[in-house]
Ligand binder design. Structure first.
Ligand SMILES: *[C@@H]1O[C@H](CO)[C@@H](O)[C@H](O)[C@H]1NC(C)=O
Length: 124
């Protein structure tokens, strides 16, 4: 093997490792979408009162968001359009957050009335 071949192979190995570590732009977008779901799940648990009814609504909202985002992901995998994927994920996440705000205010009203507790909530 010539020196230049060895150098070329090393370079290729380094590049491959870098690409593996970062993933393709599609992989990065898919990971970001998953992060959005995880963050929403945390927020939903925290924004809703600790009653079974409220937490079960939180689960439903999270499931709906997961389903909506999986549609965005499927579209990304077939089109490779990252711009479209980002817009899709943002719009379903925004919708989920506004639904959460609405559901949360209903549940806190019920919770506050039954427990005598009151709480000020801030939404996005
Ligand atoms: C990707 O999607 C965006 C928004 O839907 C659209 O404007 C753009 O033309 C698409 N790009 C390609 C390469 O299809």
């Amino acid at each position: 093997m010539s020196t230049s071949t060895v150098i070329a192979l090393c370079l290729l190995a380094v590049l491959t490792v870098q690409i593996d570590a970062q993933g393709s732009p599609t992989d990065v977008a898919l990971r970001w979408a998953q992060e959005e779901v995880n963050i929403f799940e945390l927020i939903a648990r925290e924004k809703l009162p600790p009653t079974n009814a409220a937490q079960s609504d939180a689960n439903e909202l999270v499931d709906s968001l997961k389903m909506a985002i999986s549609h965005c992901n499927i579209a990304l995998q077939s089109s490779g359009n990252l711009t479209q994927h980002e817009a899709c994920v943002k719009s379903v996440t925004t919708f989920a957050k506004s639904s959460l705000a609405e559901v949360a205010s209903e549940h806190w009203a019920i919770y506050g009335a039954s427990s005598g507790a009151s709480r000020i909530h801030l939404f996005w």
